[in-house]
Design a protein around this ligand. Sequence first.
Ligand code: GDP
Length: 455
Amino acid sequence: MTGYGSIIGGDDTVVALSTARGVGAVAVVRLSGPDSWAIARKMVAERNNFGTMSPRNMALFDLIDKDGERIDRALAVKFEGPASYTGEDIVEFHCHGGLAVSSAVIDSSRTHGAQLATAGEFTRRAFLNGRLDLAQAEAVDNLIHARTDEGLRAAMAGLDGSLGKQVEAMRNSLLEIRTELEYRIDFPEEAGQDLSPAKIQSLLDDTLKKLDDLLQGAGRALLASRGAVAVIAGAPNVGKSSLFNSLLGSSRAIVTSSPGTTRDAVESELVLDGHLVRLVDTAGLRTSSEEAEKIGVEYSRHYIACSDVVLFVHEAGSDFRRAESEFLSAHGRDRLVRVLSKVDINPVPSGDAGDFIPVSSKTGEGIERLKSAIAAAVDSLAESSGGKASQVTSLRQKKLLEEARELIVALDQANPPEIIAADIGLICSRLGEITGLIATDDVLDSIFSRFCIGK
Ligand code: GDP
């Protein structure tokens, strides 16, 4: 990979626990940076052996604290930059699990100069050193957080770097055209005849087609990696929070009997038929003058707008309120799952429920059927998003692809070459942001802060 420069990770050597916190058989403490080998050497009793150990070999050492006191007997392995995860020299200690040992090992490394790593710092260094592009870094994060097989497969597809390669190829072709256009502007008399509007148009059409292909499979890829957002909507007190808890099998949301108490949105994940579903409980749809309730309603609208599936809840035996009817007519059937709640109080004779699924959060009646209906809705959503999943693994990537697409569609060849060159430059910027060739610290911060410490 080119374009990110050589080793630019940092002068610091950083340390973190790379395995999950808690009791386990093994805990991996990772050091990365220019002094990682030297620091690690001071942390072991057998310094000479550590010094002569070849990279990528493992050996057992007594780990010691700053006073020479033994704190663990652990395996150590060195990796030599730039052929390492971060592109820097790395040492990993595979210690005994549990917090006391790993904390003591980390403390020992700090007494010899290591700094605590921030969230995602190892992967950020890997990105800065050109070991992976930004789209791949996002796939790493998805892989770690994957909860389903399809999520794992989507993340692995993103990890191979093919999205970055496709985007870079498009960007390079566009940059060539832009350079040619600029040359013509500067030296009109020297310009050849080979840059016709038809040639530019053909490249733009070709790029548009490639973007469309990536975007077509993006919906499916994102459903797999991010999960489908299913929002529970309905009037206050119809039993939304109770349903949320029943579906999750726990008491995540607070349930009370006064209308409008769920003032914020709560979200929890569940896996249905192999699909990751992010279930969101929102406030009622009713418009109210009460400020807090209003905020809840805004949240509700916001979540519904961003949702993949809406579970619309209506209380069995009650009349449809105006807001409910309006909601139903405003939302197409395709992503709506209709639920009739509290059927233990008002039983609905079979056949009378129409396309509503009768449920009771009290008795559990209908909950399994509802789960299957949600899974089916996600299935049909994946089907309708067409094609096979592309390598897009984040909303950020999808948004940039869409912006690049819009810029191409809006590009007017009747404009003077200066404007066309500038427009092509904008398209290239969007594409460059996908791989991180163009990335501000803010963008990097927002991506890597989502990572765990130690990754
Ligand atoms: P929300 O405002 O729509 O979130 O409604 P809640 O889930 O807070 O429920 C409102 C009231 O209805 C509470 O008193 C619940 O105990 C009650 N409730 C919810 N679901 C059921 C149900 O399936 N059966 C019965 N009998 N009561 C329910």
